[in-house]
Design a protein. Structure first.
Length: 151
């Protein structure tokens, strides 16, 4: 069983963060554009959700990122969304990131980043009545999902 140590959370609320979100989205699209059309499809197995967000949270969306998966969860009793980036732990500790915010927010509401063996996060934002932006990265692979899971 992996023991997690407490780590400081990084909170970002700057005007530059919205431009950063747009740049990350453009970077993700440019990476996708480099995949040759003749590439053979590969089966990507999702790293399982690990329950890191806590009790009451259910997975409402997910996206592949590198050798792992970015998960978005929701807790209907408190209106909170939570995100976590998970990966298959192969004994290494790559750079991992997870970020979350309400769509249109000029910055990320909650961020977790570091060298982790199994997952980054959890990170939280109030989501009831809002669309959500969420981002995850494992080493150089990243995924940004903007304006989803509205409500």
């Amino acid at each position: 069983m992996t023991t997690r140590t407490a780590r400081p959370k990084s909170k970002t609320r700057s005007g530059k963060a919205l431009a950063t979100k747009a740049a990350l989205g453009a970077a993700a699209l440019s990476v996708l554009g480099t995949i040759p059309a003749t590439a053979a499809p590969q089966q990507i197995l999702a790293a399982p959700y690990n329950g890191a967000c806590g009790s009451g949270y259910s997975v409402v969306n997910s996206a592949p990122v590198g050798n792992g998966t970015l998960y978005l969860t929701y807790n209907s009793s408190n209106g909170m969304n939570c995100a976590v980036t998970t990966r298959y732990n192969d004994g290494t500790k790559p750079w991992m990131v997870v970020k979350i915010s309400q769509a249109g927010d000029p910055g990320w509401a909650d961020v977790d980043a570091g060298y982790y063996g199994g997952y980054a996060g959890p990170v939280y934002v109030y989501g009831k009545g809002h669309c959500i932006d969420w981002y995850g990265a494992i080493d150089s692979a990243s995924m940004i999902v903007l304006g989803t899971n509205c409500g």
